[in-house]
Write a protein that binds this ligand. Structure first.
Ligand SMILES: Nc1ncnc2c1ncn2[C@@H]1O[C@H](COP(=O)(O)OP(=O)(O)OP(=O)(O)O)[C@@H](O)[C@H]1O
Ligand SMILES: [Mg+2]
Length: 333
């Protein structure tokens, strides 16, 4: 993973009629073959970033090179080498999965025989062979999302943008989608840029992640690197009385301590494996009656909290599974 495939320099977007920068001097570099995660709360600028990189929205400042092409000067060339799976559903419900693929192939001027072959390959890849000739309106939510995934691949792109590929799906269907996304990356040798609200998704799929909020990069790294930066494990404890919960705050060697509801505290220690025996000793020496204790190594949730100052749940808002009519303009060049 050494070849750069996307690079932005101070990429900025202010929508007309608004003076808020939806994307604010964004600098990111994505390597060929990565599954790169863009993580951020509602309104962070994820979709706007993808829209600019896929040449659907013109930047108001800065530049970006995608697969060697400038998104402004060479936008047509960029479009030929990318696939986009937008946040909203786009396939036509009154057509079959196969017909949807063939229609999109025609927008891209893919030769008909080639398109047939490709459609069959893609339908097989996401286990939609049997449903291929059924109307999309008969598909389950997961099947529909799988079809959306491969529609973005019919023109054999080098880069695939996935905007919230599992939004609105149940937990089990989401983890199935992860398998398909990994398969796509490996078997079709594409670079994937993925946005998500779901920390576990980014954790499970991404080689690297950038957390953005208010259009700005807060941090970039592998999820391991980001977690390591937090330097600390969390020990949650609940006591019988509030006094006892106060007392534990006197434990030495704390990196941080916060209240966590009535009679509960959240301690951060450098290394829980090392400190836990000392914590137990402190509790016993002070005769505190502990009713509950959990130990947590940092997760990407904690990383998010650390950098944005809010939990992803607070930031998440509705997260409705929106559905829009098929938009032909989207695909016209
Ligand atoms: N077409 C538009 N016109 C004006 N403002 C817009 C437009 N699209 C997005 N915005 C604003 O730009 C900011 C970034 O929005 P964007 O959709 O890029 O965020 P997001 O991270 O994709 O959010 P979500 O998680 O809700 O999909 C928000 O403040 C949003 O209200
Ligand atoms: Mg979005």
């Amino acid at each position: 993973m050494t070849e750069t495939i996307i690079k932005t320099e101070n990429l900025t977007k202010t929508y007309s009629g608004s003076n808020v920068k939806a994307v604010d001097n964004l600098n990111i570099e994505i390597m060929k073959g990565e599954i790169y995660g863009l993580l951020g709360p509602n309104g962070a600028g994820k979709t706007t970033t993808i829209s600019m990189l896929s040449t659907r929205v013109a930047p108001s400042g800065g530049k970006a090179i995608v697969a060697g092409y400038d998104i402004i000067k060479d936008s047509l060339k960029v479009r030929k080498v990318i696939g986009v799976v937008p946040q909203d559903l786009t396939t036509d419900e009154d057509l079959s999965g196969y017909e949807n693929l063939m229609m999109v192939a025609s927008f891209y001027d893919v030769n008909k025989n080639k398109a047939k072959e490709k459609a069959a390959q893609l339908l097989r890849l996401v286990d939609l062979e049997e449903a291929a000739n059924k109307h999309v309106k008969t598909y389950s939510g997961g099947m529909r999302k799988r079809l959306e995934l491969i529609v973005g691949l019919i023109n054999e792109p080098e880069i695939l943008f996935l905007d919230e590929p599992t939004l609105g799906l149940d937990v089990q269907t989401r983890s199935q989608m992860w398998k398909y996304i990994r398969d796509i990356q490996e078997k079709l040798d594409v670079t994937i840029i993925l946005t998500s609200h779901y920390l576990d998704e980014i954790d499970a799929l991404s080689s690297r992640v950038t957390i953005i909020d208010h259009g700005k990069v807060l941090v970039t790294g592998t999820s391991e690197e980001l977690k390591a930066k937090l330097k600390g494990d969390i020990i949650m404890m609940t006591f019988k009385t509030q006094e006892e919960a106060e007392k534990i705050k006197e434990f030495p060697n704390l990196v941080d301590v916060k209240d966590n509801g009535p009679k509960s505290v959240r301690l951060k220690v450098q290394d829980s494996d090392r400190e836990l025996p000392n914590v137990i000793e402190f509790i016993s020496k002070n005769q505190l009656s502990l009713t509950r204790m959990t130990v947590q190594k940092p997760s990407l949730d904690d990383v998010f909290l650390e950098y944005t100052g809010k939990g992803i749940r607070d930031a998440e808002g509705g997260g409705e599974f929106r559905q829009t009519m098929f938009n032909m303009r989207r695909l016209r060049r």
